[in-house]
Each structure stands twice: as structure tokens, then as C-alpha cells.
Design a protein around this ligand. Structure first.
Ligand code: GLN
Length: 536
């Protein structure tokens, strides 16, 4: 029992894709603005130990935490909404929990017993939920159960939370969908049935949030309240919003916080929304000035693959008070059709990635940006490609490449990190998490971060080849940041024009209230260039 601590469990029903992560993060944000310390936890049913081995095509972006945890992209939403950094303890996957219990079994920790889902696995889950709450000293622990109620994969997570509700102060929230057969004809039956399904598991949701196609009618709310046995004021609308950052305000207006406060008997607190509302207004009512920002990548068919890059652009646009229109450009198309898809872009970003496909398209896009003086930002693989482009075009290193792409290149300007040479296993073995970097005085990077020592998150196996780095510098590529201990090249710049490449992923730490300096700089440069062009 953790006295005083409150637990909120969010369960998704009827179907996937209702935006459970955003709803959970919004609830967290609401509680935070009321002065409570909140820690989120996510259960994911898959048997991968973490997200590191998953393809962005199948599962969206792999998010990386300071401690190197490779986690579900919902963690990006949590961090952005709570403006806080989380640890990998908050991510509990089926694979992680089974691995732990099975290792215990092999060690003989359960000697003499048959090891079962209940109580061994469920006890372990409850312990972890409590321990995350304790370690983070949170007032509230917010648990998002991945998947949909009724799935095979999340059954034991839900059972563990049922047990927890007998031991702690637990509030269950059901997220549901209310379809309309025609305008005004809202159907609550799926919600009623899924609520019954939850109740058959021994759980009673006390708050119901409804995704819908049109605002919930009074009749629909009344019906849900009656059949799901909750007061009418505990049925909430979860409408489509212009930007996800609006949702905390939308839920607050409907008095969701009051319902939670009433249930937990919370004391009255001062509300502190900080810069949030002002920044949200800049997104929902953007100025006329439109900047077209291109992301040249190879997973562009899946919008979730570059969520953090997209969000970092949005944050930077709000900070610069401009309107950013993000255009996805498939790098293989640039390979096949040339650079015309890049015409009219005000800024170009080449994001992270792995493997050969689309590489030459990215290099062409970077050359196009450099030659046409279009502000450019290269992230991880994007930085590596920026170095290759420079080596080939400026330093005369014909066919320069990365060892990841071509092992027999005459100029391996990007090479495997020495510590990676002996590694065979794929899971959790990259250079992961937050590392320091020292920025050179009088560089663009330094003037954007406004400090010498910075920390950003990483996820890579290759680096700028230390043997060829002096040659690149000789032909004027600026090395503006290095890791303090090993001297790994962390940041490079073009001498003229705005072009920065970073081995890190600064997009992962960008927040609406604390936008990533490199993105802010990119959009500022793009906006200044646009102004100059207009004047000319
Ligand atoms: N594939 C490159 C490496 O492993 C870049 C990784 C990335 O962009 N995250 O170094």
C-alpha cells in the first residue's frame, strides 16, 4: 500500500487508434497544471523486450529516453505534455516482464512452485507500478494499458490492475468511440457492450471519455451514464482538435479535472498553465507567414515514423511565431525523379534512419540545399549524409560513403564506432541515450544553444571517421561539437549559409515550452531568408 498515492488507469475499448496516448498525456497535463507530480507508465502487450528492434513502418518512431531506453512513441507524447524526462522503468512490455519472471525462474527464485500468470506475473506488474511511483515521488501514477480490452495480449495487465484496485486508490477511465450513422444519430451500443466487457473482468470505469464524429448529444451522454452506471457529468467528449496540444484545455473546460478531484478528494490547488496556452494559441491561430519545411526521409508513407521531428518543427514554429507547413518528401523519389519535389521549400531536414534504401536521394537533397543556400538540418543519419555529400562534392573524395552503406568505399568518412565492432546482438546495443557534447565557440551551434556543454539523446552505431575528420576540416567543414571523452564528432556545420548536422536526435527533447535550439535556428534562418527574398 502506498499511502496518499493515486493511480489512474486508462483502458481503450472498441478499437485501436483512438488516441489513448494523447488522452493519457492530456490527463497528466491537467493534473500537472493543478500542481500534482505525475508519472506515466505504459503497458505494451508485444513480446519484444523494447521497441529498439521494431521497424518504423510497422510501429512508428522508436523514441529514446535519457537513460537509453528505446520505447514506444507514446513516451514522446508524455514527455512533451508533461515537459519532463522519463526513465525506461515507465515502459513495461510483455517481453520485458516475461523475460524478468523467466530469469527469476531459472535462478530458482520460485523453487518448488509452478510459475503462473497469476500471481507471479501480476505481482511483478503491481510491484513495478508501485516502484515507479515511489522512485519518481509522484502524487499520481498514470497507467496507459496498450491495446484494446478483449485482446489476448493485455489480459494479464488488466488483471494486475484489477488486483491493484483492491490494494490502492485506483480510478479506471474508459476510452471509447461513439459513431454516428448519420449526422445527429449517435450510437452508444458499442460503448455499452465494451463497458460490460470491462465490468466482466471485475473493473468498474468511473469516467468515460468518448471519441466521436460530432459533439456528444445529451441523449447519448444520458444513455452512456445510465447503461455504464456513471454520473452524467463523468461522461466526456474527446473531440477531434486542430492540434493535440489543445486537448488538455478541451477536457478542462468540460471539468474533467473536477471529476478526478472529486473522486480522489483532492484539495483545491493553484492552477499554473505556464507558457502552454500562449504557445497553443500560436499553433491554432498561426500567423499568415507560411514556411514550407521538407522532411526528406524513407519512411514518409507512415506519418508516425517522424512524429518527434514533426513536433519539434511545430514547437520551433510557435517559438518563431511562424506557420510551418511540413512536407514529406520520399528520398527514393528524389533518386528517381531528381530534386523538383524540393522546389519552393524554405528549409530541408534529413532525419535519422538505417540501411541503404533512399540514401542517394538524401545526399542529392543535401547538395541541393547547400548549393541553393536553403537552411538545412541533418539529424543522425542526416548528419552522416551531410558529411558524405561534403566529402564528395567539396573535398574531392570521390565515392565517399558510410561503411553502413558500402564497406569497400575508398573514403569511409562514416565508420563503425570502435565499441560496436564486437557487438553481435541487435537489441539495445547501439550508442543509446543522453551523451554530453562540447560546442566550439564562434560556431552557429554554440550561438543557438547559448552554452558550451549540452546533452542530447543518441541512437546510432556509426560516427564520423576520426581518421578522416582532419581532412574534412582542411576543406572547411566546421566540426562544431565533440563528445568530451572520446572526441566523437557530434556536430558539423557548413561555413557559409545555415547547414548543421548533429549525430544526436535533438527532436526527442523538444517541448512546446522548451523548443529544440537547432530547430528554432533552422526556422529562424528560413524565415529571415524569406524576408530578404521578398525585399529584393
Ligand atoms: N544508421 C546510422 C547509424 O547507426 C544512423 C542512425 C540514426 O539515424 N538513428 O549510425
Amino acid at each position: 500500500m502506498s499511502p496518499g498515492k493515486k493511480y489512474i488507469i486508462v483502458l481503450g475499448t472498441i478499437m485501436s487508434g483512438l488516441g489513448k496516448g494523447i488522452v493519457t498525456a492530456s490527463i497528466g497535463r491537467l493534473l500537472k497544471t493543478h500542481g500534482y507530480k505525475v508519472v506515466p507508465i505504459k503497458f505494451d502487450g508485444y513480446l519484444n523486450v523494447d521497441c529498439g528492434t521494431m521497424n518504423p513502418f510497422r510501429h512508428g518512431e522508436v523514441f529514446v529516453l535519457d537513460d537509453g531506453g528505446e520505447v514506444d512513441m507514446d513516451f514522446g507524447t508524455y514527455e512533451r505534455f508533461l515537459n519532463t524526462s522519463l526513465t525506461k522503468e515507465s515502459s513495461i512490455t510483455g517481453g520485458k516482464i516475461f523475460k524478468f519472471v523467466l530469469e527469476k525462474e531459472r535462478r530458482g527464485d520460485y523453487l518448488g512452485r509452478d510459475v503462473q500468470m497469476v500471481p507471479h506475473l501480476t505481482n511483478e506488474l503491481k510491484n513495478r507500478v508501485r516502484s515507479v511511483g515511489e522512485q519518481s515521488r509522484a502524487d499520481m501514477v498514470l497507467v496507459e494499458v496498450g491495446g484494446t480490452v478483449g485482446d489476448i495480449e493485455n489480459g494479464y495487465f488488466i488483471e494486475a490492475m484489477r488486483q491493484l484496485s483492491g490494494e490502492e486508490d485506483v480510478l479506471f477511465i474508459q476510452l471509447t468511440y461513439v459513431p454516428s450513422l448519420s449526422p445527429g444519430e449517435q450510437k452508444t451500443k458499442p460503448t455499452q457492450h465494451s463497458n460490460r466487457l470491462i465490468q466482466s473482468l471485475g473493473i468498474k470505469p468511473e469516467i468515460i471519455l468518448c471519441r466521436e464524429q460530432e459533439p456528444l448529444t445529451k441523449e447519448a451522454k444520458d444513455k452512456i451514464a445510465l447503461f455504464c452506471d456513471v454520473p452524467q457529468e463523468n461522461v466526456f467528449d474527446d473531440p477531434a482538435v486542430d492540434t493535440v496540444y489543445q486537448l488538455p484545455q478541451v477536457l478542462k473546460k468540460q471539468k474533467l479535472y473536477d471529476a478526478i478531484a472529486k473522486r480522489f478528494k483532492l484539495r483545491k490547488t493553484k492552477v499554473n498553465v505556464g507558457a502552454w496556452n500562449r504557445m497553443v494559441r500560436r499553433i491554432t491561430k498561426p500567423p499568415k507567414k507560411l514556411l514550407r519545411v521538407g522532411i526528406v526521409g524513407k519512411y514518409t508513407a507512415v506519418k508516425d515514423a517522424y512524429v518527434s521531428v514533426n513536433e519539434a518543427i511545430l514547437h520551433a514554429a510557435a517559438a518563431n511565431n511562424v506557420h510551418a507547413d511540413v512536407c514529406f518528401v520520399e528520398s527514393t523519389d528524389v533518386e528517381k525523379k531528381g530534386t523538383q519535389a524540393l522546389y519552393g521549400l524554405d528549409a530541408i531536414i534529413v532525419p535519422g534512419g538505417f540501411g541503404k534504401r533512399g540514401i542517394e536521394g538524401k545526399i542529392s537533397a543535401i547538395r541541393y540545399a547547400r548549393k541553393n543556400n536553403i537552411p538545412f538540418l541533418g539529424l543522425c543519419l542526416g548528419m552522416q549524409m551531410m558529411v558524405i555529400e561534403y566529402a564528395r562534392s567539396v573535398c574531392g573524395m570521390k565515392d565517399a560513403n558510410s561503411e553502413e552503406i558500402n564497406k569497400s568505399t575508398p573514403y569511409p568518412v562514416i565508420a563503425l564506432l570502435p565499441e560496436q565492432m564486437r557487438i553481435e546482438e541487435k537489441g539495445g546495443t547501439m550508442r543509446l541515450g543522453s551523451y554530453p557534447c562540447i560546442l566550439e565557440q564562434d560556431t552557429r551551434s554554440h550561438s543557438l544553444y547559448k552554452k558550451k556543454l549540452i546533452h542530447e539523446r543518441h541512437r546510432h552505431r556509426y560516427e564520423v571517421n576520426p581518421e578522416l575528420a582532419p581532412k574534412l576540416e582542411e576543406c572547411s567543414l566546421v566540426i562544431s561539437g565533440r563528445s568530451p571523452k572520446k572526441g566523437i564528432v557530434e556536430m558539423v556545420e557548413w561555413k557559409d549559409g545555415f547547414g548543421i548536422g548533429t549525430q544526436a536526435h535533438p527532436e526527442l527533447k523538444s517541448r512546446l515550452e522548451d523548443p529544440a535550439p537547432l530547430f528554432v535556428g533552422l526556422l529562424k534562418a528560413a524565415s529571415e531568408k524569406r524576408r530578404r527574398r521578398k525585399k529584393a
